[in-house]
Design a binder for this molecule. Structure first.
Ligand code: KMH
Ligand code: ZN
Length: 284
């Protein structure tokens, strides 16, 4: 049967726009509503970005605070993970605006890569600085790994003490410029982890569902959501994040694994007990 499977929903990201899909949420209220819909379908973790009302990416604290407050005000015990990746071209200072009270996890992008026609810059000093800020805030780090060399950076961060347990790995496969979503690539990355760790796969675009299925088979966890993919099936736009979560939850069931609740996800991800105390099992 294996460990219970965590479904994470990446509800908006920084790149997709409403001209591509009317389902993309922009305002804090829309992003919070999308997160809550994902939670009701079975997502245990939400990966958050924010937007300005016109859709431009925002790492503004006020936007993140409003999203987090709205999720909690609705009585949801979702695990809240904030992006420190933000959008291509943002400064590190700007990106760190997302680390608001109420966040429990934060992403740490593990290197520079071509991101479509852009370059997503994450120098080693940037990574060390962001890792330090995540640690200071008492959050659990999720390392975003897009390419094999980033496992070497992970090893270096651990060796130098810039990163320590507990941390979580996210293999992001299918970004044009990073490793694509193939079975060979995922197996290579999982075998190359410097030490046993829990991990999730985010397959980008058409790789989303095949990578989710493979991850479940291999003992990993799953990320879906409009940040990564707009389509429920070929040519059919998802009506919202909740439809992608529902598809992932069906896959969990078909894989023979049980779905992790947010409380179970907190245990698997080794989130500080303080956050568990705030949301005792069955409170939501
Ligand atoms: N928007 C991408 C450039 C993260 O959330 O940490 C970076 C990203 C990763 O989405
Ligand atoms: Zn993101």
């Amino acid at each position: 049967m294996g460990e219970k499977a965590i479904v994470t929903c990446a509800v908006v990201g920084a790149e997709v726009t409403r001209s591509q899909s009317p389902a993309v949420p922009y305002t804090p209220e829309e992003i919070a509503r999308a997160s809550l819909d994902a939670w009701r379908e079975g997502a245990a973790v939400v990966h958050l970005h924010a937007r300005h009302p016109d859709g431009r990416p925002s790492q503004g604290s006020a936007h993140f605070r409003e999203i987090v407050d709205r999720i909690r005000a609705a009585g949801s015990d979702l695990v809240i993970q904030c992006s420190t990746g933000g959008a291509v071209g943002m400064s590190v200072d700007e990106r760190l605006g997302s680390l608001v009270d109420g966040a429990e996890m934060a992403t740490l992008n593990m290197g520079t890569l071509n991101f479509g026609d852009d370059v997503f810059v994450n120098s080693r000093p940037d990574i060390v600085r962001i890792a330090g800020r995540i640690r200071e805030r008492g959050l659990v780090t999720e390392c975003e790994i897009y390419d094999a060399g980033m496992l070497e950076t992970l090893r270096w961060l651990l060796d130098k003490g810039h990163l320590a347990h507990p941390y979580h790995l996210q293999f992001v496969l299918g970004v044009p410029g990073g490793m694509s979503g193939t079975e060979r690539n995922l197996r290579f990355l999982v075998e190359g982890m410097p030490e046993p760790a829990h991990w999730t796969v985010a397959g980008i675009g058409r790789f989303e569902m095949p990578m989710a299925e493979l991850s479940l088979k291999m003992g990993g966890h799953v990320r879906v959501g409009l940040e990564d993919n707009l389509f429920l099936s070929k040519g059919v736009l998802a009506k919202g994040n909740h439809e992608l979560v529902a598809a992932a939850v069906r896959m969990v069931s078909l894989s023979g694994r049980d779905l992790a609740t947010p409380a179970e996800a907190r245990r698997i991800l080794e989130l500080p007990s303080g956050t568990m105390l705030a949301f005792p099992e069955g409170s939501a």
